[in-house]
Design a protein around this ligand. Structure first.
Ligand SMILES: [Fe+2]
Length: 286
């Protein structure tokens, strides 16, 4: 009996070490090709980053960011939860400012830009009591700091861009989970002939879009479910949409959607199993 308990203890310890100390820091870089018919003359490269949850200490993310800094894609999209709390602002700005993109870095906020979720806030959040925390972050300071290093912050607004002669329209929402999104303002000026891209932290908002013209959506928040078991798949979803939208490529009413597994996690939700943190470089073709 004792030896069985010892073995169970060893296995549990192994799972804890793997899921907390190893996998959350085993960053994965992927390249993916996407085809959006009829919208592009030449390919556009996009690096998608999400849910970096920067704290004061950058840790092993530093080595991964040094590699990302050499990519120089056309565009970089950052879809929220860039910081864990105010303590991560300087670290986030330092590492984001080292990234290069020929046509710009675009960022939308997530819930962590607005709220610092401490232990009780996390418990309330995951029990479905409240999606907000009583501890507010200085979101204005974060937005100003990233703007100073050239990042374009899109909060319920859009921007027109010409990338290698391709007409792009990039829209970004405020955090749909904790803020009231003004969709009318977000999509002001959208027309069907350009490649229309939406950046939003929380994918559930795609069920409320006032336009059918969005082609491509980049999102985050779910962290891919963080713990993915054989047969069952992701244990946690965080979405009202079906669980297939927890990560990766999908389609929804004519839109191509990509949800990132993110590059970090909240300080009280660190474990990852079969769900490595990731950054994806897309080559989008017409
Ligand atoms: Fe997150």
């Amino acid at each position: 009996m004792l030896s069985v308990l010892v073995w169970i203890g060893i296995v549990l310890l192994g799972i804890a070490i793997w899921s907390i100390l190893i996998e959350p820091h085993w960053y994965r870089f992927r390249r993916m090709k996407l085809r959006i018919p009829g919208k592009l003359k030449t390919a556009v490269t996009i690096l998608h980053l999400s849910d970096m949850h920067f704290t004061k200490r950058v840790g092993l993310k530093k080595l991964f960011f040094q590699k990302l800094a050499m990519l120089n894609p056309d565009l970089i999209f950052i879809t929220g939860d860039t910081i864990e709390s105010d303590a991560g602002i300087e670290t986030a700005v330092r590492w984001i400012s080292g990234l290069r993109a020929r046509y710009g870095i675009f960022l939308v906020p997530g819930n962590h830009e607005y709220y610092d979720y401490r232990l009780m806030d996390h418990i309330r959040y995951h029990m479905g009591v409240s999606k907000i925390s009583v501890h507010r972050n200085d979101s204005k300071r974060f937005f100003e700091a990233v703007k100073r290093v050239g990042v374009k912050v899109l909060i319920d607004e859009s921007i027109e861009l010409s990338v290698h002669g391709n007409a792009l329209f990039i829209s970004g929402t405020d955090d749909p989970l904790t803020q009231k999104v003004d969709f009318k303002r977000t999509f002001k000026g959208i027309t069907p002939e350009r490649l229309n891209i939406l950046l939003t932290h929380h994918l559930d908002c795609i069920t409320q879009l006032p336009t059918k013209d969005v082609d491509l959506v980049f999102s985050g928040h779910t962290h891919g479910g963080q713990i993915r078991l054989p047969v069952i798949g992701p244990v946690f979803s965080g979405l009202k949409l079906p669980r297939c939208y927890v990560d990766g490529l999908n389609q929804y009413e004519g839109m191509t959607i990509f949800v990132s597994r993110g590059l970090g996690a909240g300080k009280y939700c660190l474990p990852r199993i079969a769900c490595r943190p990731e950054a994806v470089l897309f080559e989008v073709e017409g």
